[in-house]
Design a protein around this ligand. Structure first.
Ligand code: SF4
Length: 325
């Protein structure tokens, strides 16, 4: 086995795969305008752009990287991965490669009709983006959301036995009023909510940070109502967790306030087959030409690992929709 490790002892252990760059929502922190969203209810064919990989190409690349890195888990993202027509066959192929821990991040819109198949195809856990309980606010942020469908999707995923976590991007003057309602909603369902500090990605890369709402402000908001206690952090985990009394547990992914680059183990692939060693570095590399040559592939993976930030995320011109965050 080739050793692919950097001077900080970091390795690629988790692969995040963006299956397509299309989504039926247009969240304000992800894309600059609402015109790029896919029409509601339309399950798009996989070939959304000329370089889009097909299911066999995804599987071949995942297998080659797994061979060298012994991946612990795969996270399937997008755009909106539930729009990827061959999702279940791809999950089954990944299982056959020998990776059991398969996860997915979704906006939840199509979850009611797909949760059972996802579970049956072998998916383990699912993160659902939910930036507000207030349906007017949810529509304002997602710009195309159908709140009822999202809530039904969350409940169906739980009924089908999927492990569910909620992700909420908190923005000043937009949805900080939703921090407590999200915490109480998640506690009612017996699940965790993670609050994300806004990331300077894509159209926000060079923007002002007036929307930024910090980890400290989130903690102050919650501790005004509930006593909070810090919980131990799992190595390489992006979120840090707290309890807020009585079965309420929340996390914060504070890429700005409490960076987590020191033990980052994430590798990313987009829907064209470009690999990115670090979210802060938009220089991707196509690895398909090397998948039958382990020495060259090892060299390429080592080069990608060297792109990782030593301390913290510096923003990225990469758009969330293309790389899945
Ligand atoms: S900025 Fe790069 S090194 Fe830091 S956590 Fe993100 S992907 Fe990992």
């Amino acid at each position: 086995m080739y050793r692919i490790e950097d001077h900080m002892g970091r390795r690629f252990e988790k692969l995040r795969v963006s299956l397509l760059n299309t989504c039926n929502f247009s969240c304000t922190y992800c894309v600059s305008d609402s015109t790029t969203a896919a029409p509601q209810g339309i399950a798009l064919a996989p070939a959304t752009h000329e370089e889009q990989l097909d299911t066999n190409e995804f599987a071949a690349l995942i297998a080659a990287v797994h061979e060298l890195c012994n991946l612990k888990s795969i996270r399937l993202t997008g755009g909106e991965p539930l729009l990827y027509m061959n999702l279940m066959p791809l999950i089954e192929k990944i299982k056959l490669i020998g990776i059991d821990d398969i996860r997915l991040t979704t906006n939840g819109y199509y979850l009611k009709q797909t949760a059972r198949q996802l579970k049956e195809s072998g998916l383990q856990s699912i993160n659902i983006s939910l930036d507000a309980i207030d349906t007017v606010l949810m529509k304002t942020i997602a710009r195309h959301a159908n709140p009822q469908k999202v809530f039904e999707g969350i409940e169906t995923a739980l009924q089908e036995g999927l492990h569910v976590k909620l992700n909420a991007v908190i923005m000043r003057g937009q949805n900080e009023s939703q921090i407590i309602p999200l915490l109480e909603y998640a506690a009612k369902l017996g699940i965790k909510v993670r609050y994300l500090e806004l990331m300077k990605m894509g159209h926000l890369h060079n923007g002002q940070n007036e929307l930024f709402f910090s980890e400290q402000e989130i903690l102050e908001t919650i501790s005004r109502k509930y006593p909070i206690r810090r919980l131990d952090r799992t190595a390489s985990e992006t979120a840090r967790y707290w309890s807020a009394g009585d079965d309420r547990v929340f996390g914060i992914i504070a890429n700005e306030s409490t960076p987590f680059c020191h033990d980052c183990n994430r590798l990313r692939m987009d829907s064209r087959g470009y690999f990115f060693g670090c979210l802060s570095n938009a220089n991707g590399e196509k690895l398909a030409p090397y998948i039958h040559d382990q020495e060259s592939l090892t060299k390429k993976l080592r080069q990608l690992l060297l792109l990782k930030q030593p301390v913290k995320f510096h923003g990225s011109s990469l758009s969330m929709r293309n790389i899945g965050g």
